[in-house]
Design a protein around this ligand. Structure first.
Ligand code: HEM
Length: 398
């Protein structure tokens, strides 16, 4: 998509697109500062009205999906506050030892063969195992979480397509997030955990969700719990996985950067920001204008959709010099992979940063060379910048 983003950013930074969806047009923002302006101005640009995906949803569909991501104001704050304490740098730092052990064993298993597939052997299981620990889900069930995430996020990809042409229209699936039957399985699984943990004093995320009273002295109702649980399962899964895979791919393509990080591992915490900028695993979210307004001189009408292309903002040459060059020493690096400013800025950003850092702090000292056996197989999606497979060959340090 990069060429399209560059053209739009230069020639039509606030661009109306309707070709792909007649009568359901939307504004595309590709300049960094325009995007930041929209994310911060929650009075004018709502996440609740119409939701945050480009897709047109009716009120009924919106009602069942309304997670913290799709709410504004007090309701959003109440939902976010429920989990805020679990994702602070300090709280996630408590997982560091667990993460180091998990990374080492994941790499031991993958490196048992010189040739292996990086996504399935390294990147896919790792983030979900962390989440499984936080949710206190048995190890044996982690593959279910991975499968659900793949089916929901991948449902525009012909290889994964979970939503049959017929079911996309069917009433049964219409009300499910991503129109995917996998969402119902997630709901059932989450509800079962919730039932078992309600009224008990567990410290896992599910126990905390069901035993707190965020709104008007009431616990989350089933709908709110469902969308919360689903958001946690989806948000922390694919995004981190794809960042790790993109990074490996970029480092293989930029051996000077890989060598630099091996020589000076103290650069890795900083390099993680460049990994995130380059990977931009979430292409976009969307807002809806609550009143007539203007962006960059362009009139936006009340009710119109405004799409913030984070991936395009992360390649804006006004902000990032040589935006297509991976520079692990780039400073400053105020990328927008997690959004930038505004109340919806990624809740899991400290956890994601820690996971990515530990992965590369563990992986890089162990390899003397890594090459690709073929170019990465990309996921077909306009939402997640994903890699399905990356076959590699590794030479280990003696
Ligand atoms: C929100 C990206 C990992 C949980 C977001 C947003 C983005 C994003 C772009 C919306 C920002 C906005 O609209 O201003 C990413 C990326 C990740 C990642 C690139 C990994 C590399 C995680 C993880 C978790 C998580 C590990 C937790 C398990 C959330 C939640 C929200 C969110 C709960 C909604 C926050 C709100 O609406 O207040 N993320 N995310 N994310 N993310 Fe992440």
């Amino acid at each position: 998509p990069w060429q399209v983003f560059d053209t739009l950013r230069a020639d039509a930074p606030v661009h109306w697109s309707e070709e792909a969806a007649p009568n359901h047009g939307f504004w595309s923002l590709t300049r960094y500062h325009d995007i930041v302006g929209v994310l911060r101005d929650t009075e004018t640009f709502s996440s609740e009205r119409g939701g945050v995906n480009i897709e047109e949803l009716d009120d009924e569909q919106l009602e069942v999906r309304k997670s913290m991501l799709e709410t504004d104001g007090a309701r959003h704050r109440a939902l976010r506050r429920l989990m805020q304490g679990e994702f602070t740098p300090k709280a996630v730092g408590g997982y560091e030892i667990f993460l180091r052990g998990l990374t080492a064993s994941t790499l031991d298993a993958a490196f048992a063969n010189k040739e292996f597939e990086f996504v399935s052997q390294v990147a896919a299981d790792f983030p979900i195992r962390v989440l499984a620990k936080m949710l206190d889900v048995p190890d044996a069930d982690t593959h279910k979480l991975i499968d659900w995430g793949d089916r929901m996020i991948g449902n525009d990809d012909p290889e994964h397509a979970d939503v049959l042409a017929s079911s996309a229209e069917s009433e049964e699936f219409r009300l499910l997030p991503f129109r995917s039957p996998a969402a119902r399985e997630v709901f059932e699984y989450g509800n079962d955990l919730a039932d078992k943990r309600r009224g008990k004093d567990g410290t896992d995320l599910v126990s905390r969700l069901v035993n707190q009273e965020p709104m008007d002295g009431k616990a989350l109702n089933e709908r709110d719990f469902n969308s919360y649980f689903l958001l946690l399962v989806v948000a922390g899964n694919e995004t981190t996985r794809h960042t790790i895979t993109h990074t490996m791919n970029y480092l293989i393509d930029n051996p000077d950067q890989l060598a630099l990080l091996q020589e000076k591992p103290e650069l890795i915490p900083w390099a993680v920001e460049e990994f995130l900028r380059m990977a931009s695993p979430v292409y976009h979210f969307r807002r809806t204008a609550t009143k007539d307004t203007e962006i960059n001189g362009q009139v936006i009408k009340e009710g119109q959709k405004v799409v913030t292309w984070f991936a395009a903002g992360n390649r804006d040459p006004e902000v990032f010099e040589n935006p297509y060059t991976m520079d692990v020493t780039r400073n400053p690096n105020e990328h927008m992979a997690f959004g930038r400013g505004g109340p919806h800025m990624c809740l899991g950003n400290s956890l994601a940063r820690l996971e990515i850092r530990i992965m590369f702090e563990t992986l890089l000292p162990r390899i003397s060379n890594m090459t690709k056996l073929s170019e990465p197989a990309r996921l077909r999606s306009n939402f997640v910048n994903g890699i399905k497979r990356l076959p590699v060959r590794v030479e280990l340090v003696e």
